[in-house]
Design a protein around this ligand. Structure first.
Ligand SMILES: [Zn+2]
Length: 201
């Protein structure tokens, strides 16, 4: 749209790249920002710049963190004997929203999917086993998505964890999560129920 100022077109193009934002929403957002007072737009712009400067991933669990350790790993009140395995950082946020879980996490960064060329070596399995070998974990809760990849990943992890010895119990979230659904989109009550109703793998 060459009749629009280049700065506005550039913004629309960038917004359109965001997940869930189509051309219509991109236009709406861009025009909204155009009408927004300068101070709030500058706040937004500052947050975007700081996001890439200050925020990275936790050395221990790979959740989002500002510094080497995330707030959850650094919290001494968290139960160190419980470890919940999830696919993505957004899954941690979904489980935290339930306020039911007081243990720690391990973010895999994906799920095993042979069709997509993702094997155990492509996700953080080795890091998980290293953590477990340090001892102290009594139960591992497999909270991967309820789809083919998520189930395959859980089955694989249950197998390799059992090879470490029988001190670590392995459980899987209870049924009730939407089939094929990603954990991050399930509502809080459903996740809380799946957590409390977890069963041995
Ligand atoms: Zn962490």
């Amino acid at each position: 749209m060459e009749f629009l100022p280049p700065a506005l077109t550039a913004l629309i193009n960038e917004l359109e790249r965001l997940p869930g934002v189509g051309p219509k929403s991109a236009h709406r957002l861009a025009f909204h920002l155009l009408r927004t007072p300068r101070a709030s737009v500058e706040r937004l712009s500052r947050s975007l710049a700081e996001l890439k400067d200050g925020v990275a991933f936790c050395d221990t669990c790979a959740f989002i963190s500002q510094g080497a350790q995330c707030a959850i790993c650094a919290d001494p009140n968290r139960d160190q004997t419980l470890l919940c395995i999830v696919e993505e950082p957004t899954d941690v946020i979904a489980i935290e929203r339930t306020r039911e879980y007081r243990g720690r996490y391990h973010v895999l960064g994906g799920a095993i999917s042979p069709i997509d060329g993702v094997g155990p070596g492509e996700i953080r399995v080795e890091e998980l086993l290293t953590r477990l070998r340090l001892g102290g974990v009594a139960e591992v809760i497999l909270a991967t998505d309820v789809d083919v990849e998520g189930e395959a990943t859980s089955a694989y992890l249950a197998q390799v964890i059992s090879e470490l010895g029988d001190e670590i119990r392995v459980s899987r979230l209870a049924r009730g999560l939407p089939m094929g659904g990603e954990l991050e989109y399930a509502d809080e009550l459903t996740i809380a129920r799946a957590l409390s109703g977890r069963r041995p793998f």
